[in-house]
Design a protein around this ligand. Structure first.
Ligand code: FE2
Length: 203
């Protein structure tokens, strides 16, 4: 747990460098996805404040937002049986499974423009997947487990909680505006590196 902030900071730095280098979406999905795979390879680092369930609904905790809002990193925490509505993202997204399991069902438009359920993907710890308008951006996500929490770590190509997105009702064709927000008021401290500096000084 002690190096949780370090691990998260390394992932944040990787995405920052990719954005600074002007990486395109494919490169971000490839290299950012590889970095996310490293981050979710172990489930011993996420601070408990950002892993807490809510009995009434799933929670999205902001772990970091780039100062220029080029990307954000969140923990997505599912209580037993909880699920999202069908929704989009409008930007690239990387999803890394940390704990438990989740099901993502993609939606595609048929010839008449109606949204119909497509492939279903089951994510297990350590797995990484992606969404975006380029590769498929509309899905429904659910905790695959009925008896315990599941947690995934997501990165998106913007300040995802403050973005104007959409929720869809496939049965009626209804499209509603959606701004997800965040469940937390405070962020994890990624910058208290005093211990490493003291160790370097031998004090
Ligand atoms: Fe999503």
């Amino acid at each position: 747990m002690a190096d949780g902030a370090d691990r998260l900071r390394h992932f944040v730095c990787c995405l920052t460098r990719l954005c600074d280098a002007g990486a395109d979406e494919q490169a971000i999905r490839d290299e950012g996805g590889a970095a996310l795979r490293v981050l979710v390879a172990d489930d011993d680092w996420l601070m408990e404040e950002f892993a807490a369930t809510d009995p009434t609904q799933y929670r999205q905790y902001l772990l970091h937002c780039d100062p220029l809002e080029r990307f954000s990193v969140v923990s997505f925490v599912w209580g037993p049986g909880q699920q999202t509505p069908v929704h989009d993202h409008t930007v690239w997204g990387l999803i890394g499974m940390l704990r438990g399991a989740e099901i993502s069902r993609s939606y595609v438009r048929d010839a008449a423009g109606r949204l119909v359920a497509g492939a279903e993907e089951r994510l297990l710890p350590g797995m990484v997947t992606a969404v975006s308008p380029q590769i498929g951006d509309i899905h429904l996500v659910a905790n695959a487990l009925a008896d315990r929490a599941s947690i995934s770590i997501h990165a998106y190509g913007g300040n995802i909680g403050a973005m104007a997105r959409h929720v869809f009702v496939p049965e009626s064709g209804e499209v509603k505006p959606f701004v997800s927000g965040y469940a937390n008021r405070f962020l994890p401290n990624l910058w208290d590196r005093a211990e490493a500096v003291r160790a370097g000084l031998g004090v």
